[in-house]
Every structure is written in structure tokens, then in C-alpha cells.
Design a protein around this ligand. Structure first.
Ligand code: SF4
Length: 170
């Protein structure tokens, strides 16, 4: 099988903070069992893609939902339906801030959870930057593996498209 190609994308970051095994399966384009009526891929993907619209901005390593300027400050907005995948959403947004920073563009982030009608400010601190760099390196290693890591049960398994694949017979 071909090795997964760099660079790491915002989507990789999203999956990494949910499940490393899922990251590998997605990166290797292994399709989940779509015939299984229990598979909730629609709901899962809707949370990721559902709010994407015309205003999104392609920065190469991913698509930002929206960028606005308020009092000279550039604000990158990422819109999610709920905070169910907050950690993934936050790091995905931090990744975009980091990518922009590498292009010489300074911005802060704004994470919106539309169904909860709340927003969260996201800033790329030194601690987050280090965490992100480690995650990017880790992702590059994970996707190069010839097999995925063993399944590990988490709160995300119940709604994961690979649930049957990982936990058949349970
Ligand atoms: S079912 Fe669980 S272990 Fe398997 S890919 Fe999904 S989140 Fe990961």
C-alpha cells in the first residue's frame, strides 16, 4: 500500500484528537461498513462538515469556515454544531492559526458551537503550539504504519462509523 502523503491536514488533526486508529483508517481510505444501519457516519460527518458553507477559505492544509477582521484583529472562525468533539475542534482551529502564523499571518480563533449558541476564544499559546507540533509529528508517524493501532474503547466509539469494524461480536 502507498504511504500516506504529507502534509498533515486539518482533517487529520480532527481525527487524531478523537482516535488514532480512526485517523489511520481514514488516512488509508478504509471505508466503514455503510450498510450497517447502526453506523452513524451521517451524524458524525455532519458535525464535521455540516456547517461548512460558501464563506470557507482554503489555506492548503485545510478549509477555514470564515475569516473576519474586527478592529484590525484577524479572527478565524470555526463553526461546529456542538461541543461533543471540543478537543478536536479546538486543535483543528489551533492548527489553522499555526499554519497562518507560518505564512506570516497573525490571527486568533473563534470556535462557535451553533446548537449551544456559544462561542469560545482560541489563542495559540506556546503550550498549545508545542502540543500541536508533537501531534503533527505523531500523525506523520501513525499514518506511515502498515497496520492501525488496536481499538481502544472511548466515549467516541458509540457514534463512530468504524464501530462494527472495531468491535464486531461485542
Ligand atoms: S470505534 Fe472506537 S476504536 Fe474504533 S475507530 Fe472508532 S473511535 Fe476508534
Amino acid at each position: 500500500m502507498d504511504h500516506y502523503r504529507l502534509p498533515v491536514t486539518g482533517t487529520d488533526i480532527w481525527y487524531y484528537f478523537i482516535c488514532r486508529r480512526e485517523l489511520w483508517l481514514m488516512a488509508h481510505k478504509i471505508a466503514p461498513n455503510q450498510e450497517d444501519e447502526n453506523v452513524e457516519i451521517g451524524r458524525f460527518l455532519q458535525d464535521y462538515y455540516g456547517t461548512r458553507g460558501k464563506e470557507e477559505v482554503d489555506i492548503g492544509s485545510g478549509k477555514i469556515d470564515r475569516i473576519k477582521k474586527v478592529k484590525g484583529q484577524l479572527i478565524v472562525q470555526e463553526i461546529k454544531k456542538s461541543s461533543k468533539y471540543r478537543e478536536s475542534s479546538r486543535f483543528q482551529l489551533l492548527f489553522y492559526l499555526y499554519e497562518l502564523e507560518k505564512m506570516g499571518v497573525q490571527a486568533v480563533g473563534e470556535l462557535t458551537f451553533s446548537e449551544e449558541r456559544r462561542k469560545e476564544k482560541v489563542e495559540l499559546t506556546e503550550k498549545d503550539r508545542q502540543h500541536l507540533i508533537e501531534a503533527i509529528e505523531d500523525i506523520s508517524e501513525i499514518v506511515k504504519e502498515s497496520v492501525p493501532s488496536a481499538p481502544k474503547k472511548t466515549k467516541f466509539c458509540r457514534q463512530c462509523a468504524y464501530r462494527e469494524y472495531c468491535w464486531a461480536g461485542e
